[in-house]
Design a protein around this ligand. Structure first.
Ligand SMILES: *Cc1c(COP(=O)(O)O)cnc(C)c1O
Length: 462
């Protein structure tokens, strides 16, 4: 039995805890957590002896214990420099907040606040009071309700209004938004029966009308956020749906997805449904995300008729999907930018969309110059992204960094991801593309220093 002596060499828990570095760890961290990590490592040694016949050195075990505790005791969620040019990047936290929205969230998290206290009367207030009036002002809606996110907004509305009843939706709109969010599945979870009408590319008013029965609770429109059907198509306009709904006393629900208050065509983009247009066209309820084109924190915003919104507010599920104080504050600060007419200047998502090409070009040239011969400015496209504006692209200038060795581009991307702060670009063939559009000016120096360091490492320079 050659394994036996090796097993006998496994140190005891107390022996490891007496090591200087582990003892220091016990001072800085919860002792209970350190002991648990030590036990897990010792069990790991037992396993590696059993499978490989050898044990790591005592020093290696201690280092690994310290590293695990350090990792667990530091934030894994941290700021990343987004040089992908994707403005609403789902993996990178979607919309970055304005300075005012960040400050508002910080203030609301610090100490106590009047989240649900009416300071004038001293009576209980609603957290919705901090955003409802502004939302109504901006959209023209009678009432508003803000919840955790848009998926929960749709779930709440269908549960409250259409449970055990039917909701008619075009087959071409029964879509998957991404991240596994499928409209038909959310609708099913609400207990509403989804009645799909028309075909993938074509639906007509008559298709909806034929499907109306005594069990129909609503007609629904879902914005095809992330795809476009081209060629022979026909869709029913919101106005037509509202007219049909009116004749049958059925509300029309409009999930605009991203939805925004500004006119995206001003920036050469496709028209994105504007929330106020949807309300004006007669939608009974409109749903949108807080952290897509609106440019605020994660939230689901429900706008529409007072009576319907009132029913949603009273539904038990509203409590389960309610929004927290920090995001009420950040959303409120974001909406105030629209009220003050400063949205394009203050909200990063809109500022990035509105940045003129000439400005991006100047920055790209400066980056390329600072990075040396591995870098060149080339034309490219920024992407709006985040389940908004299908095919929404903006002409840009990117800095293409080509490492000397073709295979070096993967290594370059990896070195940059592991930088502090991490830098994420777009790998295309043998180049790493860096788009200035989504990089805040105050991040530029960090980004350039990181790329210069990574290039030097790939070239074997110190
Ligand atoms: C993005 C999107 C959703 C989901 O919104 P979240 O805020 O991410 O929950 C729902 N419907 C549509 C049409 C969307 O584009």
């Amino acid at each position: 039995m050659i394994g036996q002596p090796a097993f006998r060499q496994i140190p005891g828990v107390d022996e490891v805890l007496c090591d200087r570095r582990v003892a220091e760890l016990c001072e800085a961290f919860s002792r209970q957590v350190v002991v648990a990590i030590v036990r897990r490592h010792l069990a790991g040694i037992r396993e590696s002896i059993a499978s490989e016949g050898r044990a790591p050195t005592f020093e290696a075990v201690v280092s690994s214990i310290v590293a695990e505790a350090e990792t667990m005791g530091s934030l894994s969620l941290r700021p990343v420099i987004n040089a992908t040019g994707v403005i609403l990047h789902t993996n990178l936290g979607r919309a970055p907040l304005s300075a005012e929205a960040r400050m508002a969230a910080e203030l609301a998290s610090w100490g106590y606040n009047n989240l649900e206290l009416d300071l004038e009367s001293g009576k209980r207030g609603s957290r919705q009071d901090h955003v409802e009036r502004i939302l109504c002002e901006l959209s023209g809606a009678e009432a508003a309700l803000v919840v955790n996110n848009n998926a929960s907004a749709v779930l709440l509305a269908l549960t409250a209004l259409a449970r055990r009843k039917e909701v008619i939706v075009s087959r071409g709109q029964a879509v998957e938004i991404g991240g596994g969010f499928r409209i038909p599945e959310v609708m099913r979870e609400s207990g509403a029966r989804l009645v799909e009408v028309g075909t993938t590319n074509c639906s007509y008013v008559e298709d909806y009308e034929r499907a109306i029965t005594s069990r129909t609770a609503a007609l629904m429109q879902v914005h095809s956020s992330n795809f476009k059907i081209a060629g022979f198509t026909h869709t029913v306009s919101l106005a037509e749906l509202v007219e049909l709904g009116g004749r049958h006393s059925l509300p029309v629900l409009d999930d605009v997805g991203s939805g925004c208050f500004i006119d995206t065509t001003e920036f050469g983009l496709d028209p994105e449904p504007r929330v106020q247009d949807s309300i004006a066209a007669g939608a009974a309820l409109v749903f949108l995300s807080g952290d897509k084109l609106l440019g605020g924190p994660q939230a689901g915003i429900i706008l529409g008729r007072g009576e319907l919104v009132g029913r949603l507010k009273k539904h038990p599920l509203a409590r389960a999907v309610r929004i927290d104080k920090a995001r009420v504050a950040a959303l409120s600060a974001t909406l105030i930018h629209y009220i003050r007419g400063e949205a394009l200047d203050r909200i990063p998502v809109l500022r990035f969309i509105a940045t003129p090409l000439s400005e991006i070009e100047v920055r790209a040239e400066r980056w390329a110059q600072s990075l040396g011969k591995a870098a060149a400015v080339v034309p490219g496209e920024s992407v709006v992204g985040g389940g908004s504006l299908p095919g929404g692209k903006l002409p840009t200038r990117v800095v293409a960094v080509r490492p000397a060795k073709k295979s070096g581009v993967g290594m370059l991307a990896s070195l940059l991801r592991q930088n502090t702060p991490p830098v994420v670009g777009r790998v295309e063939k043998d180049a790493l593309l860096l788009d200035p559009r989504t990089v805040f000016p105050e991040e530029e120096e960090d980004l350039l220093a990181a790329v210069r360091r990574a290039i030097a490492r790939l070239e074997g320079r110190p």
